[in-house]
Design a protein around this ligand. Structure first.
Ligand SMILES: [Zn+2]
Length: 111
């Protein structure tokens, strides 16, 4: 192998970073390559997916809570279809939340 090619490979390996996710469920540091930048942190693909799913799940929980509050606080100016629409949106958000939690559980088992 030519010397230049060897140095190039070595330099690339030295520049690679490890995943900066703090610890896995096993209590050890992730040793995956830091291939993805997520929220300013260099993490492996699996941890980037996990973080994205956690964020999505938290957002969906906030949506469900916000919609619940709207249902509990009737608006006298609203039309007759407001309540059925809100209840439909809550059911849809709850369905998405259940699916997101399932995806999150699966992602946690893989990391
Ligand atoms: Zn990782």
């Amino acid at each position: 192998m030519p010397q230049e090619a060897y140095n190039y490979d070595t330099d690339q390996q030295n520049q690679r970073t490890h995943c900066e996710f703090s610890t896995t469920l096993m209590g050890t540091a992730c040793e995956g390559p830091g291939e993805v930048r997520y929220a300013g942190v260099c993490v492996c693909v699996n941890h980037a997916l996990l973080l994205a799913l956690e964020e999505r799940t938290n957002t969906l929980m906030s949506v469900v809570l916000s919609l619940d509050r709207l249902v509990e606080a009737p608006d006298p100016r609203a039309d007759d279809l407001r309540l059925p629409r809100l209840k439909h949106q809550i059911r849809e958000a709850e369905y998405q939340l259940r699916f997101s939690r399932l995806e999150l559980d699966l992602a946690r088992m893989q990391t």
